[in-house]
Design a protein around this ligand. Sequence first.
Ligand SMILES: [Cu+2]
Length: 291
Amino acid sequence: MPKIISSKAFMLFVACCLVSHLCATQVKRTLYINKGFFTTVDTMKFPYLAFNKGNVFNPSNEVITLTSTDTLILKVINNDTSIHGFSLQSNASVNDQINAHDSVVHTLNFSKEGVYIFFDTYKYPTNRYMGLGGMICVNNHGNSKNFYWNIKEHQKLYNQLLDNNGTVNWQDYYPDYFTINGKSYPDLQNDTTARVFAKVGDTVRIFIANTGQSRHSIHFHGFHSRVVASTGNFIQANAEKETYPIGSMQCVLLEMIPDKTGLYSVHDHNLVAVSGGGKHPNGMFIIMVIN
Ligand SMILES: [Cu+2]
């Protein structure tokens, strides 16, 4: 008799395991820390670092997308010849030091929708400034049109100095290039992950992280958005507005439902950030298309 009960209990246990296994999706991703050169909109070059999905350098950091029921198995490989760090802004227990050509693995869950920054804490803020800051985007809307903006500014001379183990004074920081996903206008117009392209009535979601050193005020023409999630001190959840001041290492998830067709610009309200190498409008500037 006890044997029958225990075998029934065992079958129930197996069934439960199967159900919970089917509901929870495991997402496996690998990030490579790569070193290379950033090419600006006016073809200047400076040393740069990025988290990429392969071992080939690309100045756009990889974007990881999840839902809040996913479990992320994340491997980070240091493909550089120097030590790097790996941290997650929302989770203090993720704080690694990774030797050259070494790697770490984390199992992570994100219970809330929003944007989470992963970044290099080693020699902080140097390596993060040099490019090592990316986004994990958690979205439960099954039918939204999603766009990803990793916003950042650069001062060419600072990258060169820091790469030569020089010191810089952040009080004297006057950035000369301003990018979204490592690109400036007009190249940004060809970034399908950044340029909003939607129809009237679509639910547009824009995942924004500021991985730079400066604050950036993102200003939309044409539409107000609703704040779905925010880590910023300046932006409250559910606020509906058209300008969003996003501080260094802060994130916002916006939702916009366009009600009219046309071309509408989005730009940093600080007009210096709408330039590149002193030329306007070669900075943080996107023309959205609503059909
Ligand atoms: Cu404007």
